[in-house]
Design a protein around this ligand. Structure first.
Ligand code: NAD
Length: 259
């Protein structure tokens, strides 16, 4: 595949997980629009293909279940056979199963950890050699504001997103101490209008998100997260590692009960 020479991430190769929908799709599209070659992955091959087709040149689709170590190993072998290079890894895949501590089954709790906590661990573990070899690797982990404050019904989800946040810091500092040229950062989205978010907040399905600058709303668009991911993926963020970025239009700083 010919690599683009112009754009904020021109010439870089990116892998985005869970890129068949919502935030992941927006991140993949934005990276490609700014010059990256993107491997669009999702547990659903069909969803990944639809996004890769929409992007067109510069994108390819691969089925990848992030919770399955054998599939990460196969992905590593594929990278070796194709470009033998990876510059950007976006660990975005996620699921939501709502429940409080007493009504969440252990099976559901483990499912959440398997996809989001173990999925991020496996992605970093198996892609790290490629990112190190690129000379300027960037890992972007999608956590959540649910890792920063308590939301009712999010016990298993928050546990997974808290693990993502903590792993990000540990991996970033370890990479730096070892002299590995890999930055590791986390994005904590607030409420973003996607199929996942609509499943628990039916109201926003009918809400129009203002597209102008300074929107007065508490629900953002996937593009709002994609803009931050693009910045962190680019060399503009060369002095940024072990950092976390809340992208929620200030929502988390509001008092729980407006006065
Ligand atoms: P979404 O449901 O629209 O997309 C999630 C994608 O992940 C889907 O395409 C799904 O097929 C894929 N996926 C699920 N399990 C997978 C697996 N095991 N392996 C590979 N792919 C898998 O959801 P979204 O809102 O775009 O969420 C993207 C990320 O952002 C998630 O990590 C989510 O937790 C996080 N997040 C979302 C919000 C929000 O309000 N939408 C807020 C904070 C964080």
């Amino acid at each position: 595949m010919t690599r683009k020479t112009e754009g904020r991430v021109a010439g870089k190769i990116a892998l985005v997980t869970g890129a068949g929908s919502g935030i992941g799709a927006a991140i993949a599209e934005n990276l490609a629009a700014h010059g990256a070659t993107v491997i669009v992955t999702d547990r659903s091959q069909e969803a990944a293909e639809a996004v890769a087709q929409r992007i067109g040149e510069g994108a390819s689709a691969r089925q990848l279940d992030v919770a399955d170590e054998a599939q990460w190993q196969a992905m590593s072998a594929l990278i070796e056979r194709c470009e033998a290079r990876l510059d950007i890894l976006v660990n975005n895949a996620g699921i939501l199963i709502l429940g409080d501590v007493e009504d969440t089954s252990l099976a559901d709790f483990r499912k959440l950890q398997a996809v989001m906590s173990e999925g991020v661990f496996l992605g970093c573990k198996h892609m790290m050699p490629w990112l190190r070899a690129s000379g300027a690797g960037s890992i972007i982990n999608i956590s959540s504001t649910a890792a920063l404050r308590g939301y009712r019904g999010f016990v298993g989800y928050s546990a997974a997103k808290g693990a993502v946040r903590a792993m990000t810091m540990a991996m970033a500092i370890t990479a730096q101490d070892r002299g590995d040229p890999v930055r590791v950062n986390a994005i904590m989205p607030g409420d973003i209008e996607t199929p996942m978010q609509q499943a628990y907040d039916g109201r926003s399905a009918s809400r129009d998100i203002p597209r102008g600058i300074l929107p007065k709303c508490s629900v953002g668009a996937p593009e709002d997260i994609a803009a931050m991911a693009l910045f962190l993926a680019s060399d503009e963020a060369r002095f940024i590692t072990a950092a976390e970025f809340v992208v929620d239009n200030g929502e988390i700083m509001r008092p729980a009960f407006p006065q």
